[in-house]
Design a protein around this ligand. Sequence first.
Ligand code: SF4
Length: 463
Amino acid sequence: MTQTIPHPRHVPAATPTAGQPYEYHRRPLVEPDWTRFPGWRHVTRDQWESAQWQRVNCVKNIKQLRAVFGDLIDETFYADLEADQLALATMSMLVPPQMINTMVPFATLTTEALLADPIRRYMIPVASDRRTDWPSHPYASRDSLHEHDMWVAEGLTHRYPTKVLAELLSTCPQYCGHCTRMDLVGNSTPAVDKLKLTLKPVDRYDAHIAYLKAHPGVRDVVVSGGDVANVPWRNLESYLMRLLELETVRDIRLATKALMGLPQHWLQPDVVEGLERVARTAARRGVNLAIHTHVNHAQSLTPLVAKAAQTALDVGVRDVRNQGVLMRGVNATTPELLDLCFALQGEAGILPYYFYMCDMIPNAEHWRVPVWHAQQLQHDIMGYLPGYATPRIVCDVPFVGKRWVHMLTDYDRERGISYWTKNYRTSIESADLEALNKRYAYYDPIDTLPADGQQWWHDHRND
Ligand code: SF4
């Protein structure tokens, strides 16, 4: 299943084509029929729409996955999955029924269809997905963005001058195979012994608030994890209300993939009522409160996801935005990105905001795309969506932060090394006089390089 990099347009370069490279067709959202899975044949709509039922029936291991798929999937698939879990996976398995139901949504479920499915490819990775030549880039690392190095209190990363990332907890209702926080988030796997948060949550939250009080120049807080959907609502509301008491905080973004992966959570009456209280307080104090979610493919958008987004907007959240991750075999072609963006913008009420290039974590090379490919995609999606809803494709450059993919200063295409600069110091460089004069490197996947470049890395792999 190793995938070569497709041409971004999916159009053979030599084939002359008439008309537009991409044709827009409105596609209303449809909830796939979960009773097509043998394990959920008798699940009722009330059960399906219950957050508690979804959480209890999350698939955490191969035995549970077998119980859902019955005899529709060959044993070879489970052997492939087990091989991945035993040696390669950086995330443990946790997939809500809602997400499994978006795999092979409208065709017959077969082993081949499941292997080729974009949601399966990043939520349930198997060993044969990964590259065997270069499974990891030589410069891949567990905490590739150095978020932990930039902690100013446990779970509080201060990387940009005016913004902080607050990791309230280290769990999510779903674990994504490509998670950039694989160092901290989720359970340990045979390949990765995870970092642990050690403070009690109440002490962690106190430390965050104390830091923000002492640093009035920080005006923007991304409240994340993990996923805030796993913070008991009362605790999350209390944290948010404490943030809203700080006059210096002007933007709050709640990071939750669960808006898509477990929309049932965000539709629970106590959560909706609590969100309304927070949104009202934010509006009264002139603070921009938004939800940021993480959808990677149009298949993931169902009427229930749209309802959860609309409900958040109805109770006063100012905006719901998407930050997807660009991945080979999932969404790294122009039609896949535009289909997703039109479904987000036109059907689900979610603003297509960013696509991040997949970070340089271990065993991720089969997902990552080179910078030139991301630049081509950015070029090819321009002009179809409203300007304000045309997402930016960004590279999160280690020690730098987000850069639009055309912002590089130099690019060695043969060795796949792009060079970037920055205009601010992170919290670990306050005394570094040279930080703003340096060039910082980002690396393309080696299998996408020309032969000479691949040979260079082969010759220098142990340098
Ligand atoms: S939801 Fe976000 S934090 Fe959680 S596993 Fe997925 S990418 Fe990582």
